[in-house]
Write a protein that binds this ligand. Structure first.
Ligand code: BTN
Length: 285
């Protein structure tokens, strides 16, 4: 793993406050050593948003699967223009830079591949109560435990650069939890023990990078069935809120080849939906 010296960071990222790496490098190295090509990983103490930073720097030539992990974000971004709040010690907050030879439409399944990779990584570490909620949240026991924000930019080469931002609640202090309207979950076990973050990050990257390469080759369709096996609302009645404030209701019966949500309405007709906010309640949204 190439870890750039913190002294280089201020020149490259003027708004980054560098520090000694805060995650255990040996634990990371151990996980990442099995990858055919080990990603470059930078750890920073504080940054506005790892996504914003990689969107700026990626097109200037970052290596494939460059990973920026921040202990703290001062302006973390969430989906649909929301803010993402994390905790310096209790969260994992990072972004990956990946370049694809695919159209923007074909990349619509990318966030789902990421959530699938995260669930598979966490299951392999024994955290088997985590599942996926469409399109790309991780849920545990009815509450959100992680979010994914994919942002894309077209490159001068004609390829698409994708910044894959991941925010994972590892052990959220009550004060941080209280800032959210909806109750959240984290990765602590029944005894309240949280897993160490470095091995979790290493396993996430170790699982995600091969999946991203496979997605780059074959698109989303081969992942659709496996994604559904981890889906927390599979065959459940749900409500999808559309951006124009209307909503659709139905039973969640599968995913389209591009990652669209297939709902069967009360009349038995199926419809594919892209976008919107899924509520696991059925009835009045
Ligand atoms: C969501 O709203 O569910 C997506 C949240 C994604 C948050 C992550 S944290 C690392 C990366 N940097 C950001 O500014 N956002 C993403």
């Amino acid at each position: 793993m190439t870890v750039h010296p913190p002294s280089l960071l201020p020149a490259l990222f003027p708004n980054v406050v560098p520090l000694e790496p805060f995650l255990d490098g040996d634990a990371l190295q151990q996980e990442l050593a099995t990858l055919p090509s080990v990603p470059v990983l930078w750890q920073v103490q504080s940054i506005d948003s790892t996504n914003r930073c990689l969107l700026e720097w990626g097109p200037r030539g970052l290596p494939q699967h460059f990973c920026l992990v921040a202990r703290q974000q001062t302006a973390g971004r969430g989906r649909q223009g929301r803010a993402w709040v994390s905790d310096g010690e209790g969260s994992l907050t990072f972004s990956l830079w990946s370049v694809f030879d695919r159209s923007l439409q074909e990349l619509s399944g990318l966030p789902l591949v990421v959530s699938l990779g995260m669930v598979e990584a966490l299951h392999s570490l024994g955290m088997t109560s985590v599942g996926v909620k469409w399109p790309n949240d991780l849920w545990r026991e009815g509450r959100k435990v992680a979010g994914v924000l994919v942002e894309t930019t077209r490159l001068s080469s004609g390829q698409v650069g994708a910044v894959i931002g991941i925010g994972l609640n590892v052990a959220l202090p009550p004060a941080v939890q209280d800032t959210f309207a909806l109750p959240l979950n984290d990765l602590r076990d029944e005894e309240g023990q949280a897993p160490a973050r470095a091995p979790v990050l290493g396993r996430l990257l170790n699982t995600l990078i091969p999946l991203l390469e496979s997605f780059a080759q074959s698109g989303f369709a081969p992942f659709a069935e496996t994604w559904m096996t981890h889906c927390v609302h599979r065959n459940q009645p749900v409500t999808l809120l559309h951006p124009n404030q209307t909503h659709s209701q139905g039973e969640c019966v599968g995913l389209s080849p591009l990652g669209g949500l297939i709902l069967r309405d009360p009349e038995g007709e199926t419809h594919i939906h892209h976008g919107g906010e899924l509520s696991l309640r059925f009835g009045v949204p």
